[in-house]
Write a protein that binds this ligand. Structure first.
Ligand code: SF4
Ligand code: SF4
Length: 324
């Protein structure tokens, strides 16, 4: 049976899993030796797909990994936006590693402004600042206002500018308090690298506590779709792959989502990971963690990792870079 997917409102190109950092919470496990970039012709096709869906320029963005690792490549991606019918990109995400001095900031910002970039989305929190000096973030913010304009910054997160310590300088108690603080600007889901680096700081629960917790809204409710360098369609917060766009458009892929074609998506979207998804994994040798799980995403990721480890991984689990 067909599954009706939300109309696309935002589109991102996940151009690479390479990163200069190895943030402890990185849900895609970016950095280290990961390499590979989206093909420029594929980028153009995906942008055309976004255009056909009526996604406005301000919601079209480039993410990674760290898109500024290879500036010439980034410029090539920015240039194909015009050919796809956009006057540029709404925003590009970055961790500000390259903002080491004012002259360099201005030069790079002028380069991307000329190609129609309206904003930078700059990461700043206890995780990123373990790898990037906070002074880079502040320098980039100031220069971006000057070169691109007064509304040219999205900070993730505002509180990052007031950081006193990054995670590498915090005690176990401080890390626990930070992550569990209900008033924090964002929630940290324990997936990707966080399952190895953060899970032991946090309280755990049994898998059964996450029963009947549908994920449809979290997975696709925002209408936010990414294509990655393998041409996989990864919606929203990166839970699953909906299809591959090597020979298809976004519309064709969305029209093709069904219970038959996307069995994991069907289970997770209706029940979350502790229903049929867990039961089926148990029949394939999955053993629940004795310590339990920090959150339902931790359970979900652990099951997917088990399925990947069996070697007959399904096309719905990915990107593969997140599971190594
Ligand atoms: S969270 Fe961002 S900056 Fe950190 S390792 Fe992942 S991609 Fe790189
Ligand atoms: S439990 Fe799984 S499907 Fe649900 S939001 Fe978390 S990662 Fe996504």
């Amino acid at each position: 049976m067909k599954i009706i997917m939300p109309k696309p409102k935002a589109g991102g190109l996940l151009v690479s899993y390479s990163c200069n950092a190895k943030c402890k919470h990185c849900y895609l496990n970016c950095g280290g030796k990961k390499s590979g970039k989206m093909d420029i012709a594929d980028a153009k096709r995906h942008l055309q797909s976004f255009k056909e869906e009526g996604i406005p320029k301000e919601e079209v963005h480039i993410t990674g990994g760290e898109p500024f690792i290879d500036l010439d490549y980034l410029v090539s991606i920015l240039d194909v936006a015009q050919e796809a019918g956009y006057s540029g990109f709404g925003f590009v995400e970055t961790n500000a590693f390259w903002a080491t001095n004012q002259e360099k900031c201005k030069r790079i910002l002028e380069t991307i402004k000329k190609r129609g970039v309206e904003k930078l989305c700059i990461s700043s929190d206890i995780f990123h600042q373990e790898f990037i000096p906070l002074s880079n973030v502040k320098r980039l913010v100031e220069n971006c206002y000057e070169v691109i304009g007064p509304n040219s910054i999205m900070l993730r997160w505002q509180g990052g500018l007031d950081l006193k310590k990054h995670i590498g300088e915090m005690t176990e108690t401080e890390i626990k308090e930070y992550i569990l603080n209900p008033n924090r600007e964002f929630r940290t889901r324990i997936v990707g690298r966080g399952t190895k680096t953060l899970a032991d700081f946090l309280p755990r629960q049994k898998a059964e506590n996450f029963k009947d917790s549908p994920c449809f809204e979290k997975m696709v409710g925002s209408g936010h779709y990414h294509f990655d360098l393998h041409n996989d369609l990864i919606p929203g917060i990166g839970c699953i792959i909906l299809g591959n766009a090597s020979n298809r458009t976004l519309r064709e892929l969305l029209n093709n989502v069904s219970e038959e074609n996307n069995p994991m998506f069907e289970m997770l979207s209706k029940e979350g990971p502790a229903g049929r998804f867990l039961a089926q994994a148990n029949t394939k040798g999955y053993r629940e963690l004795e310590k339990g799980y920090c959150d339902k995403c931790h359970l979900c990721f652990d099951i997917k990792k088990h399925i990947v480890s069996l070697g007959n991984s399904t096309k719905e689990i990915g990107p593969k870079e997140a599971y190594v």
